[in-house]
Write a protein that binds this ligand. Structure first.
Ligand code: NCD
Length: 296
């Protein structure tokens, strides 16, 4: 079994991952963060794009389950000699890992990898397409804070066009009974989606999830003056006041400081779940690795 998209998962598997993720989160909080369930197993990380949270949390998750982790240092690998993704992955597959975690700039890269190797493949972000484990950790962060997902309204705001996080969340959260509103600057919205203003999306929302402007994927600069993006499209205290009074703020990270979200909001533990997302990231990835490797 592979985890390439939210569509790879049945409703039962989603529930299992969230329940097991919650269990691992609680276990870590009570001082016993893992077990030896994947002892003797080997997880390969192949990250062709930069990462802090996702890379570290997959490595931590694997280690906490007793598995070994090997991370290809892409910058010092034969990728830099021009080796194709297919050849790189055939080579890694011949070393017989028990799971391969891939992040790549091309949409569909994880699907290509899954065709080549026989072990489970986890998509840790492919271009602008999907990032299923991020959506799972977001869902669990929401569920643990509110005690439910069903009936909540989640506003996802910012660079929707380039956001694999938004795309996976827009699939997962409605399956769990939430209403998702997507809003962003006109240049950063997908062409096939109706435009809605950030203010409209935030109005009465239970969760406001802000996204980073993915400048590395922009064809041309936005041309925004310093501070302009924040005032027009970012999460300011004034804009957050439109949301429900109990609303919580999320962001997958990394934050562009001073651009998509005001620092005071991002850093306010009463309003922000951002560090909680990171904590749940490890727990959810433990659940995913366990499910995929144990069932293969
Ligand atoms: C996101 C990603 O890489 O898609 N980050 C993450 O995985 N936590 C979002 C982003 O880079 O903006």
């Amino acid at each position: 079994m592979d985890l390439l998209s939210i569509d790879s998962l049945s409703d039962d598997q989603i529930e299992t991952i969230l329940d097991e993720g919650e269990r691992w989160f609680e276990a870590a909080r009570s001082g016993s963060p893992g077990d030896e369930g994947l002892r003797g197993k080997l997880v390969f990380n192949l990250f062709n794009e930069n990462s802090t949270r996702t890379l570290m949390s997959f490595a931590t998750a694997a280690r906490r389950l007793g598995a070994g982790v090997v991370t290809l240092p892409v910058e010092r690998s034969s990728v830099k000699k021009g080796e194709t993704l297919e050849d790189t992955v055939r080579t890694l597959g011949a070393m017989r890992p028990d799971a391969l975690v891939i992040r790549h700039a091309e949409n569909g890269a994880a699907h290509i990898v899954a065709e080549i190797v026989s072990c489970p493949v986890i998509n840790a972000g492919d271009g602008t397409n999907e990032h299923p484990t991020q959506a799972l950790l977001d869902a669990l962060t929401i569920r643990s804070h509110f005690g439910r997902i069903e009936g909540l309204t989640v506003a996802i705001c910012g660079d929707i066009r380039h956001s694999r996080v938004a795309h996976s969340n827009a699939k997962l959260l409605p399956r769990l009974g939430a209403t998702v509103r997507l809003a962003g600057p006109p240049d950063l919205m997908p062409e096939d989606l109706p435009q809605s203003s950030i203010d409209e999306a935030v109005e009465g929302a239970d969760v406001v999830m802000m996204l980073r402007v993915q400048r590395e994927r922009l064809e041309r600069e936005l041309g925004d003056a310093p501070g302009e993006y924040l005032q027009r499209y970012g999460l300011t205290a004034k804009r957050l006041a439109r949301a429900a009074s109990h609303a919580m703020v999320m962001h997958p990270g990394p934050i562009n400081r001073g651009i998509e979200i005001e620092d005071a909001i991002a850093d306010d533990p009463q309003r922000s779940l951002i560090m909680r997302q990171v904590e749940y990231g490890v727990a959810v990835r433990m659940a995913c690795l366990d499910l995929l490797i144990s069932s293969s």
